[in-house]
Design a binder for this molecule. Structure first.
Ligand SMILES: *[C@@H]1O[C@H](CO)[C@@H](O)[C@H](O)[C@H]1NC(C)=O
Ligand SMILES: *[C@@H]1O[C@H](CO)[C@@H](O)[C@H](O)[C@H]1NC(C)=O
Ligand SMILES: *[C@@H]1O[C@H](CO)[C@@H](O)[C@H](O)[C@H]1NC(C)=O
Ligand SMILES: *[C@@H]1O[C@H](CO)[C@@H](O)[C@H](O)[C@H]1NC(C)=O
Ligand SMILES: *[C@@H]1O[C@H](CO)[C@@H](O)[C@H](O)[C@H]1NC(C)=O
Ligand SMILES: *[C@@H]1O[C@H](CO)[C@@H](O)[C@H](O)[C@H]1NC(C)=O
Ligand SMILES: *[C@@H]1O[C@H](CO)[C@@H](O)[C@H](O)[C@H]1NC(C)=O
Ligand SMILES: *[C@@H]1O[C@H](CO)[C@@H](O)[C@H](O)[C@H]1NC(C)=O
Length: 636
């Protein structure tokens, strides 16, 4: 350090080139040899320094000094320290060493620190569980990871009354997935004007309190703002407390935007404040229920004291939805870091008699004893030659069924079984220990899973995109690299024949390309981007996330750019890819943007190459249609 601070600027700048390579291999430290440059670059350059629209004009050397720093992130040591897993087993974390400097960047994606810290706890827990199992099986001399205990994730279960709820709560051992639902038959009781239904998250060992992923508070007598009955929805976390409350009926001022195409608040639920001054005819058409005693008009509020109701809370693509007595009442968009896969239990409190309770559509694991076709589902051995295509599928820990459906459907294409094309699932660690154990076993059984050194928050998915580029250039080198999702059906044969036909082997971005799009500046949008994150009015061309393909040279450019930390991190992974591709173009390389509207990012249409939003059942159905009718026909 002394030597450095004493040196001249020119000497330092010359040496940085040498140092940056050796530094890459070492652990990030608080006191880095870049300390000297840090002072030069810290002022306001964290974002701008990486702003790809400008640095083209800057001399190369300045670009280096403007790169983000490496900072120390809590938990990294726990994730990267040596542990007692065998070399064969550690094949599930081949990209971790490459990712260490990515998760330690000073300009990291939001929630990175949290995701890494939680992953380190989950990882420690998982390694301990595995070691325990190993030592047990050594004693009993039975097979390691004997699968007889796999029945821990039931598809559905029910309880009959509140006395059988432990402290008013029920656990979902393996979380919730899309289309899971919870039905409650209950009666609001009179003595207590409100009741609450809460979906709570997993608590890692050492965490003080579990987050509330949905707080659903029904107040029959209204609250201080309104004397009418009201439904309040919110979230709670230990570090941020309560979020922004959503009311139904809504204030007249607030808009009624939709979630998964459903209104956030059914207008029939009650009049808005403004509605109360509206003339009588409108009022009487809404007057369906009059609560006892007061004679006060309560419009058609779905919950009434002393009257039984059936409420079904279900998990959609973008939010939770509540149906009461068959009518859609409320929707609640998922919030950052509070995603449905994290739900580990439901809690009921307040004035509610629960008559019955049913959880349905929960994630299940196929009984490995009954999977007779493991041989045909396992990843084939990797060929010695370079792969034609590597497909990275983004998935989440408890999406067991989606992965099985993909293994049984489009992963059965000859090109994949023969080893010309490899498919790998890229999955972050889960907060639920049971899910991690199951995921680990699945990874060992099928050999097609790559775990990530962070917990699977949506805001971190761009790190997976970079991981796929690492994997497809350094670990299983491939000519082309494709990114897709675990609810997308890909006709690999078509993709290959188009790639062959077009003969573009350099500078390729292929998929459904948006050439002229603008950032969402509406804070409620799932794709909201602040001015700080992206100051420009439009995005460069990018290909929609459910499926796109890049050529090897672009993947290498991305890997190198992130090793040198001169490419921007951006939380929308598909747009991020577009940004990097544009950067590649700015370096004077030719880019072929190849758009194809047969990549359907909003569902399925006949003659598809890629169909999105296909659950496990649809996935298998599409495959069957292709096998039997030899035509790409949609199901449903
Ligand atoms: C950053 O630069 C501005 C002027 O450009 C200056 O006012 C400010 O004090 C600087 N901040 C730091 C931390 O150096
Ligand atoms: C192994 O033995 C222990 C007792 O030594 C027993 O508790 C455990 O259930 C056995 N495990 C299996 C898989 O048989
Ligand atoms: C699992 O363990 C049980 C009892 O320890 C044994 O009967 C069974 O054969 C084992 N299964 C496998 C696949 O090894
Ligand atoms: C609640 O259900 C349990 C069995 O699940 C039963 O033994 C008990 O009698 C029931 N209680 C009421 C109040 O119905
Ligand atoms: C139920 O709550 C009591 C007190 O609040 C607590 O002592 C007990 O451990 C809880 N039981 C379970 C199963 O969580
Ligand atoms: C409901 O009533 C119970 C006692 O009957 C009381 O402890 C609790 O605070 C009440 N809840 C609300 C929200 O008023
Ligand atoms: C539910 O809402 C009512 C009305 O605003 C409020 O008084 C009560 O404290 C809330 N209950 C909880 C548990 O937040
Ligand atoms: C009251 O209702 C009548 C028809 O029933 C309608 O023409 C009128 O616009 C309404 N007034 C207001 C203020 O909405």
């Amino acid at each position: 350090m002394k030597k450095w601070s004493g040196g001249t600027l020119i000497l330092a700048l010359a040496m940085i080139l040498v140092l940056r390579y050796s530094f890459m291999e070492s652990h990030p430290q608080k006191q880095s040899p870049f300390g000297f440059f840090k002072d030069l670059s810290e002022n306001g350059t964290r974002l701008e320094g990486n702003d790809i629209s400008r640095p083209a004009q800057l001399p190369e050397i300045l670009e280096h000094s403007k790169r983000p720093r490496l900072i120390s992130v809590e938990g990294v040591d726990g994730l990267y320290s040596w542990s007692d897993i065998s070399e064969a087993e550690s094949r599930v974390k081949l990209v971790w060493s490459q990712m260490q400097h990515l998760i330690s960047r000073s300009d990291s994606l939001p929630e990175t620190a949290q995701g890494v810290k939680e992953a380190s706890i989950a990882w420690k827990d998982l390694v301990a569980t595995l070691e325990k199992e190993k030592s047990l099986s050594a004693i009993n001399n039975s097979l390691y990871l004997n699968d007889t205990e796999d029945q821990n994730c039931p598809f559905s279960f029910s309880v009959l009354n509140s006395t059988s709820l432990t402290n008013g709560s029920l656990k979902f051992p393996c979380g919730l997935v899309q289309d899971s639902s919870i039905s409650i038959v209950g009666i609001p009781t009179e003595h207590n004007g409100s009741f609450q239904i809460e979906l709570v998250g997993s608590q890692l060992p050492g965490e003080l309190d579990s987050p509330v992923i949905l707080h659903y508070n029904v107040s029959l007598q209204g609250d201080s703002l309104m004397r009418d009955p009201v439904i309040l929805q919110n979230t709670w976390t230990a570090d941020h407390g309560w979020g922004v409350e959503e009311r139904c009926p809504a204030n007249a001022a607030s808009g009624n935007t939709k979630v998964d195409g459903l209104v956030r608040c059914n207008e029939q639920v009650g009049g808005t404040i403004r509605d109360e001054t509206v003339n009588g005819s409108q009022l009487s058409s809404r007057k369906l229920l009059v609560s006892k005693g007061s004679g006060h008009i309560s419009y058609s509020f779905p919950f009434v004291e002393g009257h039984p109701f059936t409420a079904t809370l279900w998990v959609g693509v973008d939010g939770f939805h509540m149906t009461v007595n068959g009518r859609h009442e409320t929707s609640f968009a998922y919030r950052e870091r509070l995603e449905p896969w994290l739900v580990s239990g439901v809690r009921v409190a307040g004035g509610l008699d629960v008559l019955s309770f049913l959880a349905n559509g929960l994630p299940v694991i196929e009984d490995p004893g009954l999977v007779v076709d493991v041989k045909y589902l396992k990843a084939p051995p990797v060929p010695k030659k370079r792969l034609l295509l590597l497909v990275g599928v983004f998935s989440t820990g408890n999406n067991f069924e989606r992965r099985m459906a993909i293994r049984r459907s489009w992963m059965q294409y000859e090109a994949i079984r023969s080893g010309d094309v490899a498919v790998r699932f890229f999955i972050g660690l889960h907060k639920n220990g049971q899910v991690n154990v199951e995921l680990w076993k699945e990874a060992q059984r099928y050999g097609d899973i790559q775990l990530m050194p962070f917990v699977d928050y949506y805001s971190l998915i761009t790190l997976k995109t970079i991981a796929i580029c690492f994997f497809g250039t350094k670990i299983l080198p491939a000519k082309y690299i494709m990114k897709t999702d675990d609810d997308a059906f890909v006709r690999i044969d078509q993709v290959l024949s188009i790639l062959k036909e077009k003969k573009v082997s350099d500078g390729l971005l292929y998929g459904l390309i948006s050439f002229d799009s603008t950032p969402h500046r509406d804070k409620d949008s799932k794709w909201y981007i602040s001015e700080k994150e992206w100051p420009h009015a439009s995005y460069p061309p990018w290909a929609h996330g459910p499926g796109y393909i890049i050529s090897r040279d672009i993947a290498k450019f991305i890997v190198q750019g992130h090793q040198e930390r001169n490419l921007k991190l951006f939380k929308l992974e598909d747009v991020a890819m577009g940004i990097w591709v544009e950067q590649y173009k700015k370096r004077g390389r030719k880019v072929h943007y190849m758009t194809d509207d047969r990549f359907h990012n909003a569902g399925c249409e006949s003659d598809y190459i890629l169909a999105h939003y296909q659950g496990p059942r649809l996935m298998l159905c599409l495959w069957e249609k292709l096998q039997k009718e030899h035509q790409p026909i949609c199901c449903e």
